[in-house]
Write a protein that binds this ligand. Structure first.
Ligand code: URP
Ligand code: ZN
Ligand code: ZN
Length: 475
């Protein structure tokens, strides 16, 4: 007797779409096949007309993360609820490391904080400096199941930038011990000097924010990070990549076989820098790197399809309007006085990532459903080191399944999302495709618009990245 039997669905993997039933027992996929009626389960789910995707993994999000004076609108439980509505079954966040901190201590703290999650979770370790005491922690951190290291190439004044020395030292140890650096690539020299000049001139509007961090600000850092990784021989993931020239640098390295992986996020595919022209709301779209142009987005879509961008993440930072505005001054009429230096960077995306990729990607013919599976689950699992426990529907894997209705037409709106804020950057956008049910570790956590999971049900994921992924470009 199985716990759960999903009948009549179409199962999607990275290279095939097949009709199969899925049997689940003790949180794992027990068997696949077209079962006789005599096969029984505690619960049978009729998935006629639905597609079964390996549970979506969001390996890039920020919750309960002090940054630029803000903390975010959610905790790990409420964000895991929102994630479940977006078809997400596994989440990964970062340690809150600041100078002087032991990363290992921060890691233990983060595991504790994330334990509220209803979904399984992993932790990336953030490095901001590399004294001997921190470097010594790296093998222990990897042995603890956290082989991915986040580093910022900017935010010097916020105290979280890794300088070039730090990058090189961490890259070398990542190579030696099986780690994967995740790089926020923006040239601090370019954006910081631009911002200083803008402060002197008093040009700090929302559109100036995008000017302070042009494409070249990103490509300079991307090329430096890629050259460092070639020098050290380590693998690299360039997170939240926004434009073709940056992807081209990675592609050239990939063509030489270098393990330079690229991520992009739903907002760079669907939101554009014209939004900064809206004086009343432009600050809500301030994120780093900034939004770019529709042409940049089309280039990203092409690279999502051709394999040079191999993963997507939401980079979710859900800040309430109040938090976005808390340091801004107001004029006599109560309206905001624009000053982008006083607005926390980051925007929400956890719950909309899959619907956006289904609608703007699959329904519009830019990517296949199989490619979507690679970009939202299988490649994310391989790159973060939890495959085949996650990222595939196969016997022995965790029973993480997202049931999708490709024909569902609905609108993204603050009213239809569950992320604890009262605005939606995609307000009113019609999407084709939605999540009918989310199953995490064999339990239905979201069904017919209702959350059914449990606070604290998520388990810490002990990850280890395959040498094949780290030693050459394989995704
Ligand atoms: O603007 C962003 N992306 N904020 C979140 C932190 C980061 O850079 O990933
Ligand atoms: Zn970043
Ligand atoms: Zn991020």
């Amino acid at each position: 007797m199985f716990d759960l039997l999903i009948r009549n669905g179409m199962m999607v993997s990275t290279d095939a779409t097949i009709r199969t039933d899925v049997a689940i027992k003790d949180g794992k996929i027990a068997a696949l096949g077209l079962f006789e009626d005599s096969v029984k389960a505690e619960r049978v789910i009729d998935a006629s007309g639905k597609y079964l995707l390996p549970g979506v993994i969001d390996a890039h999000m920020h919750v309960e993360a002090p940054f630029q004076g803000c903390f975010g609108a959610n905790d790990f439980f409420t964000q895991s609820v929102s994630a479940a509505f977006g078809g997400v079954t596994t989440i990964m966040d970062f340690t809150n490391t600041f100078p002087g901190d032991s990363v290992m201590v921060q890691l233990d703290k983060r595991i504790e904080e994330m334990s509220k999650s209803a979904l399984d979770f992993g932790v990336h370790c953030k490095f901001v400096e590399a004294p001997e005491s921190i470097l010594k922690e790296i093998p222990k951190i990897i042995a603890r199941g956290c082989p991915s290291f986040k580093m910022f190439m900017t935010y010097r004044k916020e105290g979280v930038m890794s300088d070039d020395d730090t990058l090189l030292k961490i890259f070398k140890l990542a190579k030696e011990h099986g780690g994967l650096p995740l790089i926020h690539a923006e040239s601090n020299a370019i954006c910081e000097s631009n911002i200083e000049e803008m402060k002197r001139k008093g040009t700090l509007g929302w559109t100036d924010f995008a000017e302070a961090k042009p494409v070249l600000c990103e490509t300079e850092a991307v090329s430096r990070a890629v050259l460092f990784s070639k020098y050290c021989g380590n693998a690299l993931l360039l997170v939240h990549t926004t434009n073709g020239p940056s992807v081209d640098i990675a592609r050239a390295a990939q063509a030489e076989g270098c393990p330079v992986y690229v991520e992009t996020c739903p907002h760079y595919l669907t939101l554009f820098k014209e939004l900064y022209e809206d004086k009343a709301n432009g600050h809500l779209t301030i994120c780093s790197p900034p939004l770019r142009t529709p042409e940049d987005a089309e280039t990203l879509w092409r690279h999502l399809a051709d394999g040079s961008i191999c993963v997507t993440g939401s980079d979710d930072c859900t800040y309430s309007r109040k938090e976005k505005e808390m340091f801004l001054e107001r004029g006599a009429d109560g309206s905001i006085v624009p000053d982008f230096t006083k607005v926390v960077n980051g925007l929400s995306g956890l719950e909309v990532r899959l619907p956006i990729l289904l609608s703007e990607g699959v329904a519009k013919g830019r990517i296949s459903l199989n490619r979507l599976v690679a970009l939202t689950s299988t490649n994310v699992a391989r790159l973060s080191g939890c495959y085949p426990q996650k990222g595939i529907i196969a016997p022995g894997s965790d029973a993480d399944i997202t049931l999708v209705d490709l024909d569902r037409r609905w609108r993204l709106s603050a009213d239809t999302l569950h992320n604890n804020i009262d605005y939606c950057l995609h307000e009113g956008m019609e999407v084709t495709g939605g999540v009918a049910m989310t199953i995490a570790s064999g339990k239905v956590v979201m069904e017919e618009g209702e959350f059914k999971g449990q606070k604290g049900a998520g388990r810490f994921l002990h990850r280890s990245i395959d040498e094949e992924v780290l030693s050459g470009y394989v995704l």
